[in-house]
Design a binder for this molecule. Structure first.
Ligand code: ADP
Ligand code: MG
Length: 233
């Protein structure tokens, strides 16, 4: 699904270049649940933003579902991003004057789905994430965990192939973080490919594979065996 070869990225900081990604190589198969782990500043968001086509690498190749991303013009890239990639952010990024239902229905509006159908679909996804009772509420009336559920429902409504989550539990307490990660696991169980960026060990351990970033390279890439579940009962 995702193939990354020798990816490099630098930022200009004043006169200097800050070399953040120094040759990243890894592949992600369809259906994986992968944590990208590393301390703050290790380049996790930079990598995720490149995978999410929100930013471009300086060097190296990125292939998504067999298509080399570099070769796409802007219109194709936008189409491709909408079709393949859904985003979940630490700060939820909900529109605060729209209800939970309207937030979830928004990507469907952009896909030109008729109003009745998009509201039905949005309601279904709110139900899937367990907050259909809150459909008519504004984000300001929801807890952090509820807001993240709305954001997850919104990402699912777009029916992208891959979900990219940048510190999805970063603004949540540990119980709520655990519940949100359980929801992410359930979505993965239904077949969705998911990447979770985190700097927290327990969050990474709820994924099926951990890719560890340090000083711009991957220093470890390991599969997790899912015995953790019993530890939390
Ligand atoms: P992480 O998500 O692992 O905390 P980031 O990818 O956000 O790390 O950042 C990696 C490094 O690149 C940090 O030192 C950060 O300050 C720097 N950085 C990130 N974005 C920019 C930018 N747009 N311009 C300059 N430096 C940046
Ligand atoms: Mg980050």
């Amino acid at each position: 699904m995702i193939e990354i070869k020798d990816l490099h990225k630098s930022y200009k900081v004043g006169k200097n270049a800050l070399h953040v990604l120094k040759g990243i190589n890894f592949n992600i198969e369809e259906g994986e649940l992968v944590a990208i782990m590393g301390s703050s500043g290790s380049g996790k968001s930079t990598l995720l933003n490149i995978i999410g086509m929100l930013d471009v690498a300086d060097k190296g190749s990125y292939t998504l579902d067999g298509v080399p991303i570099k070769d796409l013009d802007e219109t194709k890239a936008a189409k491709y991003r909408n079709k393949f990639l859904g985003f979940i952010f630490q700060s939820f990024n909900l529109i605060n004057y729209k209800t939970a239902l309207e937030n979830v229905a928004l990507p469907l509006y952009y896909q030109k789905v008729p109003r009745k159908e998009r509201n039905e679909k949005a309601m279904k996804y709110l139900k899937d994430v367990g907050i259909d009772d809150w459909a008519t509420h504004l984000p300001s009336e929801l807890s952090g965990g509820q807001k993240q559920r709305v954001a997850i429902a919104r990402a699912m409504a777009a029916e992208s192939k891959v979900l990219l989550a940048d510190e999805p539990t970063g603004a949540l307490d540990s119980t709520t973080s655990y519940e949100v990660m359980q929801l992410i696991q359930e979505i993965n169980d239904s077949g969705k490919t998911i990447l979770v960026v985190t700097h927290e060990n327990d969050i990474a351990n709820m994924c099926k594979r951990i890719v560890l970033l340090k000083d711009g390279v991957i220093i470890e890439d390991k599969k997790i065996n899912q015995v953790w579940a019993s530890d939390h009962v």
